[in-house]
Ligand binder design. Structure first.
Ligand SMILES: [Fe+2]
Length: 384
């Protein structure tokens, strides 16, 4: 089989690495950058420290601190107008997936006219934007190393994504000290998002040897360190390992792609306002159990990464069942609620299966599966 690996983002990592932002931005030749973050990051002082660091390197800054969760298209378009009017020549985004995806959306609109919804889907001919430096403060989305941004379309009431080289960072700076303040609930929700990226890309139909290696390492690391980071947020080694795993999982999925877990996640997120990572994780064990029918060699790898020993002659069903149990144990160990605990009515869950199969990501599912089977999975996961 011929495969290719297309997206690679240069990165620097380590405690204090965010204090090299100014030097790195200057090396990229930027003189005036748009710094993108949300008000929460301003409140804890992280944004100000990095802005000051940029100033110390002689970089002029324009700050956009109005990032909203699930970035709405209208907000992205407003920020892009500021970027164009100020003639910035670089973007620095600090924060979780929302801040980084906002920066990507802005970059799309620097040299391509709005609205952003015109560019949803795979885009190969967009005019290039400016250099972008991403500094994640959560460990989960992997957005700092992917080639897409997810934007909420306010007129249609759904989310869609732009996939383009214009969305790829010039540099990612991974400083674990910036994730120390992440509360346990967010640590868990973003951590299981990274887990979903890794196990879905490993079993996806675009997987390749390099994305597989990254995904396997990420699963192994998340299994060991997510429960520790969840219980003790001040454990810097756990924070560093989770940041690394999130990046590896992001690199795996931007090349290997995700599938049914994320289609379920997008649907539950849109209809019941469940945080992205939680929405992807609630039925992930069932998704991987089902994938074992055809992808049992890959599901066996997931079991190995999770420390589950299987007999040499285990059947695809046995491998699937073992993976389901191990994934659920890991997800439960960080107190991810099930759909019942999330307050989603059983009747409503029964109705969303056809919407899952209508999700744009459903085309990437590596096996054919009817919506009746998706409904069965959701019901099995409802109280699990
Ligand atoms: Fe995700």
């Amino acid at each position: 089989m011929i495969t290719s690996y297309n997206v690679f983002v240069p990165s620097i990592m380590g405690c204090g690495s965010s204090l090299r932002t100014g030097i790195k931005v200057r090396e990229l030749g930027c003189k005036k950058v748009l710094v993108v973050y949300d008000k929460g990051l301003k409140a804890v002082g992280i944004a100000d420290t990095i802005v000051e660091n940029l100033h110390n390197s002689g970089i002029e800054t324009v700050c956009f601190d109005g990032v909203l969760p699930d970035p709405p298209d209208t907000m992205v378009e407003r920020a892009a107008e500021i970027a164009r009017n100020e003639a910035i020549d670089g973007i620095v985004a600090i924060g979780g997936g929302s801040a980084i995806d906002t920066a990507k959306g802005i970059n799309v609109l620097i040299n391509n006219p709005p609205p952003i919804m015109k560019y949803f889907g795979m885009q190969k001919r967009l005019k290039l934007g400016v250099p972008m430096v991403f500094i994640p403060t959560t460990s989960g989305t992997g957005s700092e190393v992917t080639n897409m941004c997810v934007i909420s379309c306010t007129s249609r009431g759904n989310k869609d994504s732009v996939v383009s080289p214009v969305c790829v960072a010039t540099l990612a700076i991974l400083d674990p000290e910036l994730t120390l303040g992440l509360p346990p609930k967010m640590t868990a929700a973003t951590g299981v998002d990274a887990l979903s990226h890794a196990v879905e890309s490993l079993t996806g139909n675009q997987s390749n040897p390099l994305s597989d290696a990254l995904a396997r390492d990420a699963i192994h690391t998340i299994a060991k360190w997510l429960p520790i980071a969840y219980r003790d947020g001040s454990n810097i080694e756990a924070r560093e390992q989770m940041l690394l795993a999130s990046m590896f999982a992001g690199m795996a999925f931007t090349n290997g792609l995700v599938h049914l877990g994320h289609s379920i996640g997008h649907t539950l997120g849109a209809h019941f306002h469940v945080p992205h990572g939680v929405a992807c994780a609630v039925a992930l064990p069932e998704v991987i159990e089902y994938a074992s029918r055809t992808e049992y060699k890959k599901v066996r790898m997931i079991c190995e990464c999770l420390g589950v020993e299987l007999p040499v002659n285990a059947t695809p069903e046995e491998i699937g069942a073992a993976a389901k149990n191990a994934l659920r144990t890991l997800i439960k160990s960080v107190d991810i609620p099930n759909m019942k605990e999330l307050g989603i009515p059983l009747e409503a869950v029964k109705k969303v299966a056809p919407l899952v199969t209508a999700d744009s990501g459903f085309a990437l599912v590596p096996y054919r599966i009817p919506s009746s089977k998706v409904a069965e999975m959701l019901l099995s996961a409802y109280e699990a």
